[in-house]
Design a protein around this ligand. Structure first.
Ligand code: NAD
Ligand code: UFG
Length: 325
């Protein structure tokens, strides 16, 4: 089976290309490299031991996407390509809509044209906002999006739901870590917003210190709680979703099923790497969700997938990757 991976040069897409290839799929990558580099494709090729067809194409460009589908006999699509910075989306909402929603519209149109009816989509737990019940399951209501980025995920889920394709909507919780080889990982472009890249840069001496955004929340230690999952577990979930693709549409939470606080992450990092994390407690970050973690039981039951790696392992892998940068 030949799988087109949009955004395959990115953080999660690149790890998924390795898992797909390990499971015997032929992989074709489309990426415009707006948030990645060709080095990531080379890293994937090194890990799998062969070259991959790579097209530097913007998915918003219908003619160029048509040409890829004409050249390759695509059987299914894993769709990662999107802009993902919440802060930037507040400054450039139109760009986010055009790229993420517009790009998905073009992709769906081209898939229809070429009679490709299998799609796995990268969604996010951001569609739930702060849920009333934790752990959150897929039947929880979607709350009004807190950012234009979050809005694009809700809009794309709706578009795909009405497309008639057989699709899995994968709602990721917090992907962290890197391939244990240290060959692929998350590329730091600008100042990282996310906890783990910032923490790693602070430990590497590239930032003075990590600021913990608030320790007065109603959680066990006062800091916010998230469900951090290893990017390799997440990559494997995509293979499982492809293999058990539903007829029609189905959403799946992808998380570990347990929450870790920011202070808990710092402790786990120190324990698993032996490095100490320079940090101080700062103000709350506006708009932060207090606590969320997944109920991943649907993915376990229907896809046969569950996260197997521990947070400490993911943090050690993130640190190994940081040291290669
Ligand atoms: P990433 O930025 O590393 O990867 C996205 C890739 O898509 C990049 O390589 C980028 O160059 C490419 N891209 C963007 N717009 C494109 C376009 N118009 N045409 C072609 N290529 C384009 O991000 P990631 O962390 O790997 O995220 C992958 C997907 O998962 C995204 O859809 C993101 O919204 C979603 N997601 C990510 C997280 C997270 O925390 N990383 C959480 C939930 C959901
Ligand atoms: N945090 C800090 N200091 C930092 C960075 C983060 O204390 O320098 C804290 C945050 O307050 C939060 C936790 O670390 O409590 C995780 O923050 P991230 O920014 O890494 O992750 P979020 O869960 O806030 O957001 C992420 C993605 C969003 C996505 C959301 C749900 O950044 O794009 O998960 O998928 F929408």
């Amino acid at each position: 089976m030949k799988v087109l991976v949009t955004g395959g040069a990115g953080y999660i897409g690149s790890h998924t290309c390795v898992s797909l290839s390990d499971s015997g799929y032929d992989v074709v990558i489309v990426d415009n490299l707006c948030n990645s580099s060709i080095g990531m494709v080379k890293g994937v090729e090194e890990l799998i031991g062969r070259k991959l067809p790579f097209y530097q194409v913007d998915i918003c460009n219908e003619n160029e996407l048509d040409a890829v589908f004409e050249k390759e006999q695509i059987d299914a699509v894993l769709h990662f390509a999107a802009l993902k910075a919440v802060g930037e989306s507040l400054e450039k909402p139109d760009l986010y809509h055009r790229n993420n929603v517009g790009g998905t519209e073009v992709l769906l149109k081209v898939m229809k044209k070429f009679a490709v009816d299998k799609l796995v989509f990268s969604s996010s737990c951001t569609v739930y906002g702060q849920p009333e019940i934790i752990p959150v399951n897929e039947d929880a209501p979607m709350l009004p999006a807190e950012s234009p980025y979050g809005q694009t995920k809700q809009d794309c889920e709706k578009l795909i739901s009405s497309s008639g394709l057989n699709s899995a909507l994968l709602r990721y919780f917090n992907p962290i870590g890197a391939h244990p080889s240290g060959r692929i990982g998350e590329l730091p472009i600008g100042v990282p917003n996310n906890l783990i890249p910032f923490l790693c840069q602070a430990v590497a001496g590239l930032k003075d210190e990590l600021v913990v955004f608030g320790d007065d929340y109603p959680t066990d230690d006062g800091s916010c709680v998230r469900d951090y999952l290893h990017v390799c577990d997440l990559a494997e979930a995509h293979v499982a979703a492809l293999e058990q693709l539903p007829h029609g549409i189905r959403a799946y939470n992808l998380g570990t099923g347990s929450g870790t606080s920011v202070l808990g992450v710092i402790n786990a990092f120190e324990e698993s790497t032996g490095e100490s994390v320079p940090f101080r407690i700062g103000e709350r970050r506006e708009g932060d969700i207090v606590a969320i973690w997944a109920d991943p039981s649907r993915a376990e039951k229907e896809l046969g997938w569950c996260a197997s790696r521990k947070v400490g392992e993911a943090l050690a892998d993130a640190w190994r990757w940081q040291q290669t940068l």
